[in-house]
Design a protein around this ligand. Sequence first.
Ligand SMILES: Cc1cc2nc3c(=O)[nH]c(=O)nc-3n(C[C@H](O)[C@H](O)[C@H](O)COP(=O)(O)OP(=O)(O)OC[C@H]3O[C@@H](n4cnc5c(N)ncnc54)[C@H](O)[C@@H]3O)c2cc1C
Length: 404
Amino acid sequence: MSSSLAPSIRIAGAGPSGLATAITLARAGRRVEVYEARPTVGHRFIGDFQVLENTASPVGALDFLATAGIAPDCKLEPTHDAVFFDHRLRSTAVRSAKPYGYFLRRGPDPGTLDRGLLAQAQDLGVEVTFNRRVRPADVDVVATGPAMADGLAREMTFATGLADRTWVLFDQRLAPGGYAYLFVRSGFATYGAAIVADFPSIDRRFEACLARFQEIESFRPESPRHGYSYMNFTLRRSAVSDGRPYVGEAAGFQDYLFGLGIRYALTTGVLAAQAVLTGDSYDALWERELGDRQRSSVVNRLLYELGGNAGLANFARQAAGRDFGDFLAGWHRFPTWKRWLLPFVLRRWRRRDACRHHLPSHWCRREPPANGTRREEVAAARGTAAAPRRDVELGEILPAGGGR
Ligand SMILES: Cc1cc2nc3c(=O)[nH]c(=O)nc-3n(C[C@H](O)[C@H](O)[C@H](O)COP(=O)(O)OP(=O)(O)OC[C@H]3O[C@@H](n4cnc5c(N)ncnc54)[C@H](O)[C@@H]3O)c2cc1C
């Protein structure tokens, strides 16, 4: 069948993963329909800066985009420097010769990655329907974003007179399992606190980390916008369910340590499209490209949490002693010692039914009983395709009155 006669390919979700799938398919001449539940793209973000990471793969982020034919009309600002603060506010400056990432903005506003991808998809003839929530059974590719909340962030964007900076605060007491960040570029700032435990305390932690940054340099956010968003990490054996590829965070593709998911989302979108076009196995494609990287990241998370504040201070000191990009690239690799450690780590991660380990409670990923039978819980814990999908509503995990 010629591609113009072939049936449309339907995609659920107009985030980076769904739009990367759509762009790749449309560039190959296929008709594509994308259904988006919300009235806009990027609804869960507030114009915040995010980092498109540039160290996890030997192929740099810009080369990846160029090869994939993804050309979002949005600003990608290379970043080489950062300052890390430990729990005592001791600072460590790091620098990389090559950019370790590219700042971009997220959300529904013009100039964001989300709007840029949407424009490219629509220019290629992709039909995007907003305000249409669809079921996985009604589409060919599922790109519906995080289904479970493994991490939660509260963010604020604002105008500011502060000089440009990339500041990260690592303090396990204030941001358990996570960190706080202050990114400033050209008079615009993103401040956020991300945690992986004790979600109802997010507002208190947000304020406490902000106060720590204010101790270093006082500032008054102008016209602030606030937002909450959660993230999902899942190690999968298969990201295909009922014959449908799941891409991006819908399949839990994300870096376990720092919650970097954009590159995973774009990559899995492109790979799912390739699988549709060629008939190749999507599972084999993503496993080759991303399997070891994501497994490495779950080991990194364990080390991050076990290390506590002293370990983090040590991490920062080590990062300062060498090129930061090379340092990060080393952490993304999956050497033999990490392979050995992985079964131990996964056993901890999967023990949903018996919290006898000494790790923080979020390592016990037991679903509330209402979500399914014991068999389904086990499937969910293992990240198999049979896992029940449950779209968590933000209101379920936020403190009362949150979710502005
Ligand atoms: C606070 C925060 C900061 C982050 N910072 C970074 C960073 O600096 N760098 C980085 O790489 N990553 C970062 N991430 C992660 C990154 O944003 C995500 O991994 C990425 O957006 C995932 O893209 P996606 O397309 O899979 O999902 P999403 O971006 O969530 O898109 C999914 C889309 O599907 C739609 N949808 C959902 N259900 C349905 C349905 N049933 N029918 C139709 N449409 C549906 C949703 O409305 C949404 O538009 C951050 C995440 C958070 C929360």
